[in-house]
Design a protein. Sequence first.
Length: 257
Amino acid sequence: MEAIKNYYNHYDEDGRLLKKNRRPEYLLTMEYIEKYLFDGARILEIGAGTGRYSVALADKGYDVTAVELVPHNIEIMKKKVKAEHNIRIIEGNAVDLSFLEAESFDIVLLLGPMYHLFTDEDKHAALSEAIRVAKTGGVIYAAYCNNDTCMYKMFYRKRILDYIDKGMITEDYHAISSPNEIFELYRKPEIDEMMKRYNVTRLHFVGVDMLSYLHSNKLNKLNKREFAEYMKFLHTICEREDLTGFSIHMLDIFKKN
């Protein structure tokens, strides 16, 4: 936990989703959240960061509870809260939400914690807690970082040999993650296998940014109309089973049975 806190103390999480190459992740995620919103919906965001989603949803008038591990992020989030917002901010850990009652929320967002959990026990705890606090019929969103597209990034940035020499890449190019490396990486079949233990129904599996991160120097130069067309293109491919594996960030959306 200390390594994660130290990372976010020095990383501009608040500005991460503002550049054109990062905006698709935010825009598509918000669109899929809005598919299942309704008047009076109670929303929980676990791992709320600096409040990019929580505050945006509070702006829309929703009742939001934001749970965040890192005090530095919480302080940034608190500065965004307006008097008219119905938002509660709690310092807490995704693997233990015992301070929240079961069957309490219509929408549960788990958009960051699965990036930073390295044992099956912790991954199971975070998913189980997210499902526990959701109402029956509630919709849960779990985000993952994609192993293979991250491999591409390592090659593009000439970092792959460092990881190979440290023994952190398997023969089939799966990253061997650890808390010191901060991020846990997944392949979709691993997510599918993990989800078999839960009584949920998958609604969507979405590649929310596809190859956007790999071509950031190009995407950031798009004009307004070109970027709008790019987003239209992503809409046509983001759920295609043959293409979601190209996305840096993958979003699993499922309903509690």
